[in-house]
Design a protein around this ligand. Sequence first.
Ligand code: G
Ligand code: G
Ligand code: NA
Ligand code: MN
Length: 253
Amino acid sequence: ASLDVRIRRALKSGAFEPHYQPIVDIRTGRIAGCEVLMRWRRPDGVLIPPSEFIDKAEATGLILPMTDQIMRRAAEELRDVCAANPEFRLAFNLVDSHFDSFKIVTTIETIFDRLAIPLHHVSVEVTERRPLKNVERARIVIRRLQSIGVKVALDDVGTGHSGLAHLQQLGVDTIKIDKFFIDVIAKDGSGSPFVESLVSIAHRLGMDVVAEGVETYDQLLYLRERGVQKAQGYLFGRPVPKSEFIALMERAA
Ligand code: G
Ligand code: G
Ligand code: NA
Ligand code: MN
């Protein structure tokens, strides 16, 4: 069957599952939250990465029900983690079409209210990698999300076609600096002027910074010295299913 038919079936059978990658506060060493990353579990147990189905899901609109499903499941799975850690946030990846209307706002409210999880445990990420159809409308949806307590991050910063325009226009709370810029750090000892400039811009705009794709201790030290608050990457942990993530939280406590 074609990919979109297989995605539809997988959606019906609940084959999309959330994996969780820790986001660490590098000033305290505590786990501040996680990014929720979707995986497709085949009947034979093999996990299919998002690179093989997200584009199709987005093109067909199936990404909307898939996101709902992944949010519901993640909220159920990490409810106790939220209850035990007042500052903990789950970050969900959204796509351009989520910003067409206020539906995503209602969806998030419904899912988390039903489980009695306060909305300050939620954040969403919008990628700079792909263009937004309507930046003004996205800005309005972002405002509404922020008004209910959801934090909004601009993801993959530095890779997009928008340059710094989205940073100025979208009014996000956080920027996630793409791994591309983090990779440069400490490899040749010269650091990264781009990281330093992005941190400086973010801080002037009152935004938080997350460094993505941190793999070495030298990168961590470099970032911490330059005022980066949070980091995510294999140094701290790979994306893992619920049981492993909860074990990681318990070890860190
Ligand atoms: O987990 P991994 O590193 O393979 O993710 C690859 C890409 O897939 C990431 O860039 C991420 O933005 C995207 N992705 C993962 N999970 C989701 C999801 O739930 N929704 C959307 N829209 N994208 C996702
Ligand atoms: O595009 P986005 O930033 O949403 O997706 C994050 C992707 O980056 C996920 O696929 C995740 O598996 C991957 N990732 C996260 N940390 C690291 C890292 O330290 N090294 C590498 N190579 N990939 C990472
Ligand atoms: Na992301
Ligand atoms: Mn990213």
